[in-house]
Design a protein around this ligand. Sequence first.
Ligand code: AMP
Length: 215
Amino acid sequence: MKLVFLGAPGAGKGTQAKKLVEKYSIPQISTGDLLRAAVAAGTALGKEAKSYMDKGELVPDRVVLGMVEERLKQDDCKKGYILDGFPRNTLQAEELDKMLSALNMQLDAAVSVDVPFDDLMKRLTGRRTCKACGQMYNIYFNAPQKNGICDKCGGELFQRDDDKEETIKKRLDVYNAQTAPLFDYYKNKGILKSVAGTGSIDNIFANICSALGIK
Ligand code: AMP
């Protein structure tokens, strides 16, 4: 299964992608996660990326495209993958198509997880992540039992730099201007599957599975 997951920041596409990954043992390729790992490792690429990420802007296409191409060539991608947070604009989508045809691969579907704009702000400003195990919480909808502490492992929770309010507004503007046109891009290819991203995580997942025709 080769999928692209589209959706605004905060739409929950990462959470849903993780559930599919667990079910099908295919890798989730999140460009946001790859970039954050490069930032944490302090590589030259990470330093360059951080300045864009902190402002809520897209990292230059050449940086992201190189990273994705390397990742797709790895053996574990042969049976499938979920691209999460990539492509983010039309150029990336076109370059992805070229990369895939060179690798003899074809996308099965582009899944869009749709959430009304007003809900997105709360989801994003409330988001907290465990430093130790990566478990995600939301202080409005899914708060940890103890403020700032992970229920699972006792690790410290933190707020991503780009989940601060001004950056979030910018990320949503960038999304509307640059990423939203991809719905038409994939619709025209006949592979867009739109799913409502509100309700319980399990319900949304069931809707995604049914849109993809899987159990
Ligand atoms: P995400 O976790 O997917 O919301 O990504 C966090 C940030 O990483 C974004 O706001 C961008 O600055 C950067 N980023 C992630 N994926 C991409 C991409 N495909 N193209 C450009 N920038 C990206």
